[in-house]
Design a protein around this ligand. Structure first.
Ligand code: DP6
Length: 364
């Protein structure tokens, strides 16, 4: 019985790189941010999360495997996400579900909908290091939210589901340039991600990911921002005064294809985030010497070009995201390869040049 009536779906979701960072929550449980943020989603050719979910009346409990290892499903964010998907699925009128089942079945007999009461077995994989500041939680939770929504037939705005797993995950629900609006409502209904610019809009944009360390970070983003909210006055000023202006300017720069302005704003915002980490008590150090050398190289390159042709941004870890355009990509890569050869001392060399994605989450 289980074999014939189980429903299985596999989806993928992109990594997103924050250009204007989310740092600080106003509600820990609902994961509501203090400030809006802006990101670019990367092409799924190289970095992505893939999730397969199977629902069956024969399963007696939910189960999860992450990169092949079984994990507890009791983790509170995972529970919140599962609960939110099932809550929305249960609200759908039965006739609606049945009608849709017929339609979907006639198109693809593999793709049926599962009733929300069925348990799920989930397998999620990243094709890049997990928990090392490469936004694995973002693509991972976005992929999970999207996959479960397909499985249970939840339609409409889905970024609010992904947000329950990890704040930045809501931005991986779209390709292109994405804004997560902080929202005003206490229940978080207006704290959702929206696509600002479609993926095809700025095809010359490139992001290099320089993996300085693929070790798990010592202070998680969640813990780091909790500490900053409690102790940094700089954070309050940034969230209310600086970010709205940065966001407005960054969106205008993208729309105008103004790389120097865009890149300058990204560097400024990243440095602000790490200034807040230093202003946090006790201070948090995400960047290391290699990170700072990369920053110096980017500034030296821009100085030599007499204009801004490269930028950087760092999340809660030492790894660099170097921004540039197709015109400068190979020259910059050559310089990076020269100054940061593979496996020198404790550092790892850069990996890939990634164009702006064309890929929102998708069914495989
Ligand atoms: C520095 O989304 O990982 O990457 O919501 O607590 O799971 P939680 O935090 P998370 O934080 C990301 C922080 C950041 C900036 C960003 O992506 O905007």
């Amino acid at each position: 019985m289980a074999e014939t009536s189980s429903v299985r779906i596999t989806c993928t979701a992109p990594v997103n790189i924050a250009i204007i960072k989310y740092w600080g929550k106003r509600d820990e449980e609902l994961i509501l941010p203090l400030n809006s943020s802006l990101s670019i989603s990367l092409h799924q050719d190289q970095l992505k999360s893939t999730t397969t979910a199977v629902a069956s009346p024969a399963f007696s409990e939910d189960k999860l495997w992450l990169n092949g290892q079984e994990k507890s499903v009791q983790e509170s964010r995972l529970q919140a996400l599962l609960h939110e998907v099932r809550r929305r699925a249960a609200k759908r009128p039965l006739e609606d579900v049945q009608r849709e089942e017929e339609v979907v079945e006639s198109v693809n007999s593999e793709h049926r909908l599962a009733p929300p009461s069925w348990h799920v077995h989930i397998s999620s994989k990243n094709n890049f290091p997990t928990g090392a500041g490469l936004a694995s939680s973002a693509s991972g939770y976005a992929c999970l939210a999207f996959t479960l929504a397909q499985l249970f037939g939840v339609r409409g705005e889905l970024s609010g589901i992904a947000r329950r797993g990890s704040g930045s995950a809501c931005r991986s629900m779209y390709g292109g340039v994405v804004r997560w609006t902080h929202g005003e409502q206490a229940d978080g209904a207006d704290s959702i991600a929206v696509q600002v610019i479609p993926e095809s809009y700025w095809p010359e944009l490139r992001v290099f990911i320089l993996v300085v360390s693929d070790l798990q970070k010592a202070v998680s983003s969640s813990e780091g921002m909790r500490r900053s909210v409690a102790t940094s006055r700089l954070l309050q000023h940034r969230a209310t005064v600086l970010v709205p202006e940065l966001l407005r300017k960054a969106e205008a720069a993208v729309k105008a294809h103004d790389f120097p302005a865009f890149s300058q704003l990204a560097m400024c915002d990243s440095n602000q985030l790490h200034a807040i980490c230093l202003d946090t008590h006790p201070p948090i150090f995400y960047l290391n010497d290699t990170s700072r050398q990369i920053m110096r190289l980017v500034h030296a390159y821009n100085q030599a070009c007499a204009e801004i042709r490269a930028g950087y941004t760092f999340d809660a870890g030492p790894n660099a995201f170097v921004l540039t355009t197709a015109r400068d990509a190979s020259k910059l890569l050559g310089l990076i390869a020269h100054f940061f050869p593979p496996q020198t001392s404790n550092s790892k060399r850069y990996i890939r040049g990634l164009p702006l994605t064309t890929d929102p989450p998708s069914l495989e």
